[in-house]
Each structure stands twice: as structure tokens, then as C-alpha cells.
Write a protein that binds this ligand. Structure first.
Ligand code: AN7
Length: 381
């Protein structure tokens, strides 16, 4: 066995995963129960039989006044940063780890630009499975590394890219008794498609345009699957145009060839050879959409813009907003369209960027007059 024992835990795995409580129907429930229970009828039964959940999903769709004014559309932000580990990865990981428990796996592995490892570590911890993660050395945000470590994963760094790390994990999966929980695992896509259901459930319809970042391309594959399932079952009567955005320095799909040394400040999407490349292209083509790129400068401006409106997303997430603004500038949006931008992860995972863009807060005396003067207040009563 490659993975280290968790030492403390010797109990049978199934003993640690009690059946879900017999909860109230969705409308009467006050706590969101997680994607496995909320969408049990739309997920593979084998995963639902051994549920591992941190009550992921149920994330807010926040109306953006700023972006709606800027584009003439109704723009909603699907804020996936409020998932249990702070990114959309929890949706797919809940299902993939549940599946791993069901098949009797003892350990899981993944390669990651950070968020997948945080989610894998947390859900493996919940299920008392061992977890090994392989990350590109020095290229993942500190908060994400902290998550993987604190949840008890064994973290390895490789001198290489995410793509190199994923290849190692694929090889391990082939030769050792471990379950691979990257998005090449179909249960990950199944879990992540629930975000599309939530969007439609909340809006009462499918959006006209769906904008999101693209890295390894699992998430665009998952959203497109979710939107299609709802349309095929007559729950919605339209499909959105899918608009995916890669970072300009890591845009293999846009360039039509692998990028050997991808570079971008959006480390989460610093990926040169996406595993779900073909299905991402299919989502764009079938929906009359596109996969394009945005520069790091565009991403940073978008990151600051949504943060000023109260939503703190991570840099990679802001690629969706940067993309939306480019669509608007190019006249590719129709007034009053309903647009959803996915913000895939939380800004607190990597606060360095927020700090770097701000002047250091001045130090003042603990005194009302000094504070008022520094705040520019006048007209005291
Ligand atoms: C915040 O964690 O690939 O196109 O290893 O963390 O489905 O890969 C992260 C990807 C967008 C891209 N936004 O999603 C990983 C990893 C954030 C992300 C993406 C990621 P995919």
C-alpha cells in the first residue's frame, strides 16, 4: 500500500458512515443536506448507498448589480467558494469518495493545483480513507496546501506541472490498489453537474449564457451534462450558451495544442493538457459557445471588481468575470439576457493577492479624534 496509515483509525469504514437521517422533504428542510441527498434521484445509486457528505452544494446565486449595469444583462454569480472546503470540488468529491467507500477502497490519490487536494483530503478524512496528493512544487496557494495537510493527506510535491503530477497519479492508479479521484473519475463529473441543477432550480429556468473558468475542463463538462439532463427531462426548456475561459498563458484548448510550461497568476487553472479537453470542446460547440482566453491583467481586474461588490473569489474564478466583460465589450451579449458566472473558489485560499493590491493600513492612535481624522470624517456632534 502506497499510502500511510492514519494510525488512530482502525474502525471498519462502513461503521463510520451512518445512513443519512430521515430528513424532511427539500422544501421543509432548513439545512441543505448536500448534493447526494438533495439530488439522490439524479446521481448514481452506488455512490448514494455509502454517502460521505460535508453538506456540500446549495451555494448562493448572487445578483451582481455592477456586472449587470456594465453589460446590460442580468448577471448572477454562482459562488462556489462557500462550499465546505471553499471550492466547487466538494460536489464531485462527495460522490467520488462515496463511490470509493462503496468499492472498498482503502486509499485515494489525486493530482492537484490545490483545490482538488483540499477536497480529497477533507472527504477522505470524513470517510477515514487514506489520501495521497501530488502537487506541482511551489505552485499551489498556501491555503490549499494548509487544507490538504490539516485534513491529514500525505502531500508530495513534484518538480513539474499539474500535468506531470496527473500522469504519476494515473500510473499509480493502474499499478496500485488506490482510487484516482481526479475528474477523470466519472463520479466527480456526476457530483459537479449538480451545480447546474441548482442554477436552474433557483432561477426557475436555464440561463441564456453560462460563463466559467476552464482548467482541466472537468467542470465545464459537468455543467453541460447537468444543463442537458434538465432540458432532456423537460425541467427546463432551453440550454445556455457555454463560454469557457482559460488563462492566456495556460490556454491549450484555445491554441489547439498542449502547453508544456503553462504560466498564469491563476494557479488553479495552470494546466497545459486538460484531461477533459474533448468534452469541453463539445460543450462549447454543441451550445454555440466558445472556449477563449483572458490575460492575467484581465483576471486581476475582474477579481478586484467582484471583491468590491462583496464576493471574494480566487484568482482563477475571476477568469469567468473577465470573460464576461470581454463578451460585453465585443458586443456578443444581447441586452437583458440572463447570465451566470461561476466563481469556483474562495479568495481566502490565497489572500496574498488581496494584500498585494492594497496600501498597508495606517497605524493610528487608539483615540477617536485620530481615527476620525484618518477616516476623513468631519462634522462630529
Ligand atoms: C478555483 O484543484 O484542477 O476545468 O487540481 O480550482 O474543472 O479543472 C482545479 C481547477 C477553476 C478549473 N477554478 O476547473 C485542481 C484543479 C478553480 C479551480 C478550476 C479549478 P476544471
Amino acid at each position: 500500500m502506497l499510502l500511510l496509515s492514519r494510525g488512530l483509525y482502525t474502525a471498519d469504514v462502513t461503521e463510520t458512515v451512518p445512513p443519512p437521517p430521515d430528513t424532511a422533504p427539500r422544501a421543509a428542510s432548513t439545512q441543505w443536506r448536500g448534493v447526494l441527498e438533495e439530488y439522490a434521484d439524479r446521481l448514481p445509486v452506488e455512490a448514494a448507498a455509502t454517502p460521505v457528505t460535508l453538506r456540500e452544494g446549495g451555494t448562493p446565486l448572487v445578483y451582481s448589480c455592477e456586472l449587470s449595469e456594465a453589460t446590460g444583462c442580468q448577471v448572477w454569480l454562482k459562488f462556489e467558494g462557500v462550499n465546505p472546503t471553499g471550492s466547487f470540488k466538494d460536489r464531485g468529491m462527495a460522490v467520488a469518495i462515496s463511490g470509493a467507500v462503496g468499492t472498498g477502497a482503502e486509499g485515494v490519490i489525486c493530482a492537484s493545483t490545490g483545490n482538488t487536494s483540499a477536497a480529497a483530503a477533507a472527504y477522505a478524512g470524513k470517510a477515514r480513507l487514506t489520501c495521497g496528493v501530488i502537487v506541482p512544487r511551489g505552485k499551489i496557494a498556501l491555503g490549499k496546501l494548509a487544507q490538504a495537510l490539516v485534513h491529514g493527506a500525505t502531500v508530495l510535491q513534484v518538480d513539474g506541472s499539474f500535468d506531470d503530477a496527473l500522469q504519476v497519479c494515473r500510473d499509480l492508479d493502474e499499478r496500485y490498489p488506490v482510487e484516482l479521484v481526479n475528474s477523470v473519475n466519472p463520479l466527480r463529473i456526476q457530483g459537479q453537474k449538480t451545480a447546474a441543477f441548482e442554477v436552474c432550480d433557483f432561477l426557475g429556468r436555464a440561463p441564456d449564457v453560462h460563463v466559467m473558468p476552464v482548467g482541466n475542463a472537468g467542470n465545464i463538462t459537468a455543467y453541460w451534462l447537468g444543463y442537458r439532463e434538465y432540458a432532456e427531462d423537460g425541467i427546463t426548456d432551453g440550454l445556455p450558451v457555454m463560454r469557457g475561459y482559460q488563462a492566456a498563458g495556460a490556454a491549450p484548448i484555445v491554441r489547439g495544442q498542449r502547453v508544456a510550461d503553462p504560466t498564469t497568476i491563476a494557479t488553479a487553472i495552470r494546466i497545459g493538457n486538460p484531461a477533459s479537453w474533448d468534452s469541453a470542446v463539445a460543450a462549447a460547440q454543441e451550445s454555440d459557445g466558445s472556449i477563449r482566453s483572458v490575460t492575467d491583467r484581465d483576471i486581476l481586474a475582474a477579481y478586484r471588481m467582484v471583491a468590491r461588490e462583496g464576493v471574494f473569489c480566487e484568482m482563477a474564478s475571476a477568469a469567468s468575470v473577465a470573460g464576461l466583460l470581454k463578451l460585453s465589450e465585443a458586443g456578443e451579449l444581447t441586452p437583458d439576457q440572463t447570465v451566470v458566472c461561476v466563481l469556483t473558489g474562495h479568495g481566502l485560499k490565497d489572500p496574498d493577492w488581496a494584500i498585494a493590491g492594497a496600501a498597508p493600513p495606517p497605524v493610528v492612535e487608539a483615540d477617536v479624534d485620530a481615527a476620525a481624522a484618518s477616516l476623513g470624517l468631519s462634522g462630529a456632534s
